[in-house]
Ligand binder design. Structure first.
Ligand SMILES: *Cc1c(COP(=O)(O)O)cnc(C)c1O
Length: 376
């Protein structure tokens, strides 16, 4: 069976986890957490990065830092994972879903402005498949309407938009290091911060509402409970696993890109014939090969495709059921404007196996099976 995903493992993870044990520091913010955070800061030119327990908790923190009040509105795509929406619901906001662009499956930047009301506070673009949203336009809209931007860059670690790392363009950026993401620590994530006041507030929020971080830097004489908070610190054991991955970040990226490029090239004739559609990478975007998808002609064809692949022991999956049509989406939000693409495009999309270290022969088996299905 060719799995849809294999958790990344580059070789030194267990050695580093053993070191964490021998360091006698397995709770949060130990040597490996610090190493990972400063690597992310340096590599992505970000003022401050805080490791979190998940991509979801990075989003939760970002939503809390937006200072939302009951009834405030957040604009986001409906074609995303539930975490993007949950964070803002927990912070008391109403969700306003806006349609996506069919070429990238990202929030359609031309439809955002019409959805803005006097209650709108935040725009939350999701960089689907590690391919950037049109951030210049989104940032311009946000500036003109005094909105904050929370980038869901869970899938976008190592991708760029006009030379800038995804997750570092908005007010807040959220990464995921879940085992299904390009770089992993099992469960984990990170929050990218810019403004000094956000950084200070975030450190307190992450440390159970205490100013422990300031205390360790010698900025205050004793640490105290100063505001509400929670525990968003991952264990240094998990950070040790991630450190082994970040050391190999370029190798992981290249391995994934090899598979992505091989798929994209092999399916070019199918795209030219209009038989299937594939992902589009707009000019100015460099992506990280987070995932590879095809779009079938219909939901029926996609169902047949997944069955065909499964019969050949190749595991293909689809996502997402649009949030606005889910029970919680109906309860917590509304769709603004016409759902021209969200539902229709999501029903046609199917993901192919793609993971670090995928063997060339497995990749070829996937390609041959896809070509056989669409031969007609
Ligand atoms: C994976 C993912 C998340 C959540 O990340 P976790 O680390 O699993 O909590 C959020 N948003 C998107 C778009 C994701 O793909």
């Amino acid at each position: 069976m060719i799995s849809f995903n294999v958790p990344p493992f580059t070789g030194r993870e267990l050695e580093y986890m053993r070191q964490a044990v021998e360091n006698l520091h397995i709770s949060g913010d130990g040597p490996f957490t610090r190493r990972c955070a400063s690597w992310l800061q340096d590599r992505f030119q970000a003022p401050r990065v805080l490791l979190t327990t998940s991509g979801s908790s990075a989003l939760d923190m970002a939503a809390m830092l937006c200072g939302l009040e009951k009834g405030d509105e957040v604009i986001l795509p409906s074609f995303t994972f539930s975490s993007t929406a949950n964070a803002f619901v927990l912070a008391g906001a109403r969700l306003v879903f806006v349609d996506i662009r069919p070429d990238t499956m990202n929030l359609d930047e031309t439809k955002i402005e019409a959805a803005i009301t006097d209650r709108t506070r935040v725009i939350a673009p999701v960089h689907y498949a590690g391919i950037a949203c049109e951030m210049d336009t989104i940032m311009d809209i946000a500036r003109r309407h005094h909105l904050r931007v929370v980038e869901d860059a869970a899938q976008g670690v190592m991708s760029t938009y006009k030379g800038r790392a995804l997750g570092t363009i908005g007010d807040f950026g959220c990464f995921s290091f879940h085992e299904t993401k390009n770089y992993s620590m099992g469960e984990g994530g990170a929050l990218v911060l810019h403004a000094q006041e956000d950084i200070e507030r975030a450190e307190i929020l992450r440390e159970k509402g205490t100013n422990r971080s300031q205390f360790f830097r010698g900025q205050v004489a004793k640490y105290n409970w100063v505001d509400y908070g929670d525990s968003f610190l991952p264990s240094d054991l998990n950070a040790a696993y991630l450190w082994a991955q970040l050391e190999q970040a370029d190798a992981i990226n290249e391995s994934r890109l090899r598979t992505w490029n091989a798929y994209h090239e092999a399916f070019a004739p199918l795209r030219r014939r209009g038989r299937v559609e594939g992902p589009t990478v707009p000019e100015g975007c460099v992506h990280n090969a987070h995932l590879y998808y095809l779009k079938c002609r219909s939901l029926e064809e996609r169902t047949a495709f997944i069955r065909f692949m499964n019969e050949r022991e190749i595991n293909c999956v689809f996502h997402y059921v649009p949030l606005h049509s889910a029970p919680a989406g109906l309860k917590f939000g509304r769709f603004h404007g016409e759902d021209r693409y969200t539902t229709e495009e999501s029903e046609r999309l199917v993901r192919l196996p793609l993971y670090y270290g995928m063997k060339e022969e497995d990749r070829q088996r996937v390609i041959d099976a896809v070509l056989a299905f669409f031969r007609d």
